[in-house]
Design a protein around this ligand. Structure first.
Ligand SMILES: NC(=O)c1ccc[n+]([C@@H]2O[C@H](COP(=O)([O-])OP(=O)(O)OC[C@H]3O[C@@H](n4cnc5c(N)ncnc54)[C@H](OP(=O)(O)O)[C@@H]3O)[C@@H](O)[C@H]2O)c1
Length: 301
């Protein structure tokens, strides 16, 4: 299986590049090889590599900055994924793409199921929803994995921010009225590998018979304050600083976040027999994990 991966240096892309390595030949690309802000350039790389599967882990993820760069966010997140899917169609390839809890308004009282109506509150959420729609409309075999609150030991994310703040600040204020389930990027990569493995063993028939959106987030629930508390406890930093819980209204941000970001994983479990770990177990494992080695990439040209 020839796998074309975009966003190889991102939280999820970096883990995918390692988790998928036994499943086929990976052509891992960064922004210098595939730039989603120039969708018109995607075709030549895709046609040259002729992958069986394209995994798009690249995205414009600066949620607050997107409010002041709506066109760039829409090009990268909203337009490019559909164009990738159109290129995939020309060569009979399938596509795996990542979506977000930010496509919802967060007003639901229970975890979101895939078929529930979307209503993004932010530019980022709107751009990601447009990308999902572009992939679906191309009519190719596709899996859209919807996740949220992603963290890892690299890049910029809530885990890294809390660890840094705990070493420099006496007090950290964290909001406690947004609910979600923190999800380690590695468990998303491993879940993706599990899905692809089933496709491979069924000669791609699984990906053809199960096209659609699937939620993929850790199980259990917490809020940002609860997540921060656990991070500092497990990192041995809880005595370094005082954590103070505050409501969202006291921490205004350019982009409005959903109050409820919980995603139901039932469809993922029923379809692919894949169970996501509890967020606390994944966090513990992440903090105990040794760094994964750098990878030598296949030359694209
Ligand atoms: N982070 C979250 O909490 C979260 C939640 C829900 C869903 N998701 C989704 O999960 C997927 C992966 O997210 P992530 O957390 O791994 O994001 P990330 O760590 O920010 O990585 C995004 C990657 O996209 C690349 N990228 C940005 N603009 C690009 C462009 N114009 N052309 C090509 N590559 C570009 C970045 O490249 P550089 O390394 O060069 O900057 C980076 O490698 C995305 O679809 C995201 O929307 C993320």
């Amino acid at each position: 299986m020839r796998i074309l991966l975009t966003g190889k240096n991102g939280q999820i892309g970096w883990e995918l590049n390692r988790s998928l390595s036994t499943l086929g030949t990976i052509f891992a690309t960064g922004r210098d090889q595939i730039d989603l802000s120039k969708p018109e350039t995607l075709g030549s790389v895709i046609q040259e590599i002729k992958p069986d599967i394209i995994i798009n882990a690249a995205a414009y993820t600066a949620v607050d900055k997107a409010e002041s760069e709506p066109e760039l966010a829409m090009t990268v997140n909203g337009i490019a994924p559909g164009m990738i899917a159109q290129e995939a169609k020309k060569i009979g390839a399938g596509m795996i793409h990542y979506s977000t809890d930010y496509v919802y308004d967060g007003k639901a009282k229970s975890p979101y199921k895939e078929e529930e109506p979307t209503c993004p509150l932010s530019v980022y959420g709107k751009s990601k929803l447009a990308g999902d729609q572009g992939v679906i409309q191309a009519g190719i075999p596709h899996i859209i994995l919807r996740t949220g609150w992603v963290y890892s030991l690299r890049g910029s994310n809530f885990l890294i921010t809390m660890q840094k703040l705990a070493q420099t600040k006496n007090q950290i204020k964290v909001v406690d009225d947004q609910t979600g389930s923190p999800t380690w990027s590695r468990v998303i990569a491993e879940g993706t590998a599990r899905i692809l493995e089933q496709c491979r063993s069924a000669k791609n028939s699984a990906i053809f018979s199960h096209s659609g959106i699937f939620n993929m987030s850790c199980s259990g629930e917490t809020n940002w304050f609860g997540f921060a508390t656990k991070i500092l406890e497990l990192s041995g930093l809880i005595k370094n600083t005082e954590l103070i819980s505050i409501p969202t209204i006291e921490y205004p941000t350019p982009a409005v976040r959903p109050r409820n970001s919980l995603l139901s994983n039932i469809k993922l479990k029923q379809t692919f027999h894949h169970e996501m770990p509890h967020w606390q177990d994944a966090l513990q494992e992440c903090l105990n994990s040794p760094p994964r080695p750098q990878k030598v990439h296949h030359a694209l040209r």
